[in-house]
Structures are given as structure tokens and as C-alpha cells.
Design a protein around this ligand. Sequence first.
Ligand SMILES: [Zn+2]
Length: 377
Amino acid sequence: MAMLQWKRLIGQERIKEVFSSVFLNNTIGHAYLLCGDAGTGTFAAALEFSMALLCGHEAARPCYSCGNCRRVRSYSHPDFHVVMPLALQKEHKSTDGKITEAGWEEFAARVRERIEDPYLMPEFSTLPTIPVDWIREITHSVRRGAVEKGKNIVILDGIDVMQQESANTMLKTLEEPPPDTLLLLCTDRPHAVLPTIVSRCQLLRFAALPPDTIRAELVSRCSLSPDDARLDAVVHVGSLGRAQSLLQHVDTSALRDALEFWRLIIGEDRLALFNKIDELSASADYGRHENLFMQLMYGIRNAFFTKIDGTENYIIGDSSLSGTLTQVTTPHAADLLAHYCETAIGRIRARANIALVLNNFALSVMEFYNEQKQQGR
Ligand SMILES: [Zn+2]
């Protein structure tokens, strides 16, 4: 009898159990909503489960080598569809707003990249969207039903960024899916998914990954030594994708930028601060901007734990920043500053103007700092 084997989904034992059990008992639902922070494995789980269902191997599935597995991997199986947010460029759309040939090729290329590494954190230079044309195309394939014997599977990643028109098209499919359909919807913001969509799905919550799991995985993926100091700065983020992306930026700038930005905000030299904001906002690398605020968040957390505990036992990541964040003295301060970082990250993800995001953050922190000074803290 066929069994599921998981080669690429890291950790998430409970999710593996759920999928293995519905597979063995032949009780697979028609729609699942996979919720978890980006890079925790929602896409990896959806991909591996899809492959297992389409795999032609009799024993352990997916086998990764049969014709069906190979077609899923090269994104050429007629009953396997993926939709995900993309930042479309001008050449991907014609003047009447339709997706061009180049646009469709771009979709397929990005999907293949994602299948190649399901933990890859996509980086966008402009606001990513899910084009309604793509949803229509998929909806059409779903209504037509499976071309080959077996399931007709759609992975819809980032369902929370779907616009109203796309969501409505999708809803109809969710209401009356043909019997061979399996929809695997992924999101890192379940609260932003339409309730009408959530109510039609079985919910699967993905846990944060433990540091040891992330460390082991990064060691093998990036051929690092297990005690490489750079790992300490990134293994605690709960997400393999985020850790991997941070690792790429760790040498370059995120931590250094965060440190300098903070020092300038609480310092006296306004001109230097505005020059720094200019310098930072010249980059269109949204991943880098997000990482700067991520580093500040860890710094705030570390500074707070150091303050209440009196030791550095609870430091995660790099401690150089928490020494600078001496303003984090109360739970209220930690809460407020973390909230400013979260707001900034939210705006960066919505592709707001970076200079404005940095300015707003700096002004909020200055205001907080001045109040603290007046209260003599
Ligand atoms: Zn196979």
C-alpha cells in the first residue's frame, strides 16, 4: 500500500500526520488553508502533498523520479497548477491590461523557481499581485476537471493578497468544486483572508520551526560549519525561509544599518540622520529594508529581556544591537517600539515609499525618546 514520505518538508510533524492520515484513509478534503509565517513550510507542504497524490509509484510517495513527479517538478503536469503573487512589469501586460505571452512565461519561470526551492522568500521590487487573468485560467482548468486519472490540484499561495475580483472568481470554485479537485491555499496572514474563503476550507496551522532544525537545515543547504557564528544571528526567527534570507544579508548590511539608523535617531545630528535615510531609501531592495526592521525588533526584544533579567541569557541573535537600545526599559517601551517596527514592516510589504516609512519611524521613536527624557527615565 502506498505511504507518504516527506523529503523536503522540514519539521511540521503535525501537518505531516494530518496529510498522511487523510491520504491513508482516503478522506482528502477538497480545500485546505495552510496558515503559517512565510518560510515555515506552507508551500513546501502543499507541493510535496500534491506530488504524492499525482505520483505513479506504488510504495513510498512522492518518489521524485517517476514521470509524474518529474512533470510536477518541471511544472508541466496538466493537473497541477500554481498561482502566487508576482510583481508584473510593463512588458507582461498589453495595453488593454491582458497578460502577454512574456507575462505567462514569467509566471511559469517564477513558479519553477519556487518549486525548485519551496522555502525561497520571493523578493519583489514593486507591489506583488495575483493577476485576475491567472485566476480565470486556473478556474477554467478546475471546471474542466482532471485531464489524467486522479486529482486536479491547485496551489494558491498568498491568497490574502488576492483582489476582490479574483476572490469572487475563486469563491465560485470553492463553492462547487468538481469532485476530483484539491485546492491548497497558503497564507501568512490568515486574518486578511476573506471569511467566506476561510469557512470553506479545513485550516492547518504551521508552527514556528525550532532553532536547531533551522540550524541543521542551513548547515546542509549553505555548506556551513555548524558553529559558524553567522548562524547564531538568524536561527531563532522560526522560519527557514526568513533565516535563509537573513543569512544572505547578514554580512552585507541589515544589522549594521539597523545599528547606525538607531544611533542617529536618538542622537543629535539631524543632518546625518536625514543623509542616512536618503542613503537607505536609494535602494529598491525591499527585502533589505524589511530585514533592517526585523533586526531592530530582535534588538528591542533582547534589550528588554536583558533589562528585566539582568543577564544576557535570553539574547537571541546578535547582542551588539541590544547594548545600543538602552531606551527599552519598560514593557510599555518594548511594546511601543516593537509596534513601530511592525508598522514599518507592514508598510514595506505594501510597497509604501521607503523614505516616508523611515522618516515616520524615526519621528515616532524621537517622540517616544523625548517623552522618556522629560519623565527623567
Ligand atoms: Zn513519483
